[in-house]
Each structure stands twice: as structure tokens, then as C-alpha cells.
Design a binder for this molecule. Structure first.
Ligand SMILES: C[S@@+](CC[C@H](N)C(=O)[O-])C[C@H]1O[C@@H](n2cnc3c(N)ncnc32)[C@H](O)[C@@H]1O
Length: 210
């Protein structure tokens, strides 16, 4: 059974220092990556982002099926991102990044139409936990008003934890299934494990101060 580790206090629920933290993408080594991402986002049209793509097959299939939408896949495993980048179609980019940092520091506010978070790692370590109050605020910043958040997990406790963090986000209809399931979706189907899904709209109300 998964239960959330003690969440950081509001004071401590901040991005960490320079490397891997709040100034990471200001470093010269990341300038080309940031410029490429901002150029990709500069053109008009819908943008969907998926957090923690791992093998990335689902996002590649979505991109192939929806050429008018641009897709961004984030994954912390660099070799995986290199493999995916080599075969990505023109409307799809993969970035080796911690989603908590990149979404907060690089994605222009209100630019994303949809964010999918599928099967986030059910860690017991607060420092590695994706879903904290700060991440919910980060999503709220990155999504356009009425933008969609789609969450899936096979961990019931994590599902309730995410629902609690998104209290106040109005329910939304689920998106149609992707043409190809993610690896974890396939595993759940094979093993008969339940998948807990949650679909919410980014609320219209003004942002609370972070
Ligand atoms: C349990 S796997 C699920 C993979 C995939 N979404 C699926 O449905 O098969 C979680 C993935 O999220 C990645 N990940 C974990 N924390 C992350 C973060 N902060 N930012 C981006 N990716 C992350 C992990 O490396 C891993 O590939």
C-alpha cells in the first residue's frame, strides 16, 4: 500500500538550488535546449505534454495520429530521450528533464493545452515525489485556462493523493485513448490491475501566490 510521505511545508516545497533546481535552465549548457523548446512552442496551435514518457510509444503514436497538435515528452532517463528523439516526427519533441523544474522554469505560463501524467513513480521519498502542492501550482501555471490535466495510476493511494492536490479543479471528460497504450497501461491490462484515472480542467481563478 502506498501512502504519501510527509509533504514538505509550504516554505520547503520549493525547487532546489542551481543544478537540478531553480536556475538549472539558466546555465550555458542548457541554453540550446531551452531555445529549441521555446522555438517549438512559439508557433501557434495546441500543445500537449506528457510527463515521464519512459519508452514513449504512446506519445509517438499520438503525434503520428494528430499532426496538427504539437507534443512534448519529458523523461529523466537521458538514453531513453536520445532514442526517442532520433525517431520523433516533426510535431513531437522529447526532453531529458525533471518535469517539476522544466514546467516551472521554462514553459511559458498558460502555453499548454493538455498535460498527461501517466503512472508517476510511487516513491516514499518526499524529495522525489512528483505530486506535491508545488507541482499542482506549477501545472496550473503552465496550462491555459480550461486546459486539461489527465492522470492515470494503478496505485489507489496515489490517485487519492492527486485528487486531493487538485481539489477545486473542475472535472473534465476523459480524452480518447491513445492509438498505442503506454508500457504501464499494457502491463495493467495484462495483469488485470485497476487503473485509476482523473481528468480535471485548469481552474479559471487567479493564481494564488507560490
Ligand atoms: C512508472 S514509470 C511510467 C512510465 C510511462 N508513463 C508508462 O505509463 O509506462 C514513471 C516514469 O517517470 C519518469 N520520471 C520520474 N520522475 C520524473 C520527473 N520528475 N520528471 C520526468 N520524468 C520522471 C521515470 O523515469 C519513469 O520513466
Amino acid at each position: 500500500m502506498w501512502i504519501a510521505p510527509p509533504l514538505p511545508s509550504a516554505e520547503d516545497d520549493v525547487l532546489r538550488g542551481v543544478l537540478g533546481g531553480d536556475r538549472l535552465y539558466e546555465q550555458p549548457a542548457h541554453q540550446a535546449q531551452v531555445a529549441a523548446l521555446l522555438a517549438f512552442l512559439a508557433a501557434p496551435g495546441p500543445v500537449h505534454l506528457e510527463v515521464g514518457v519512459d519508452y514513449g510509444g504512446r506519445l509517438l503514436a499520438l503525434a503520428a495520429a494528430t499532426p496538427e497538435t504539437r507534443f512534448i515528452g519529458l523523461e529523466i532517463k537521458k538514453p531513453r530521450v536520445a532514442e526517442l528523439s532520433a525517431i520523433a516526427p516533426p510535431n513531437c519533441r522529447f526532453f531529458a528533464a525533471d518535469a517539476r523544474v522544466l514546467l516551472d522554469r521554462v514553459i511559458p505560463a498558460g502555453r499548454l493545452d493538455r498535460v498527461d501524467v501517466l503512472f508517476p513513480t510511487p516513491t516514499f521519498e518526499a524529495a522525489h515525489l512528483l505530486w506535491t502542492p508545488r507541482f499542482a501550482r506549477t501545472l496550473r501555471q503552465a496550462l491555459r485556462e480550461d486546459g486539461l490535466l489527465h492522470s492515470e495510476t494503478d496505485i489507489e493511494g496515489l490517485h487519492h493523493h492527486i485528487g486531493h492536490l487538485l481539489a477545486g479543479w473542475p472535472p473534465a471528460p476523459p480524452p480518447p485513448p491513445a492509438p498505442v497504450p503506454s508500457r504501464r497501461q499494457r502491463g495493467c491490462a495484462r495483469e488485470g490491475w485497476p487503473i485509476y484515472t482523473l481528468d480535471r480542467r485548469r481552474p479559471a481563478a487567479a493564481l494564488a501566490p507560490a
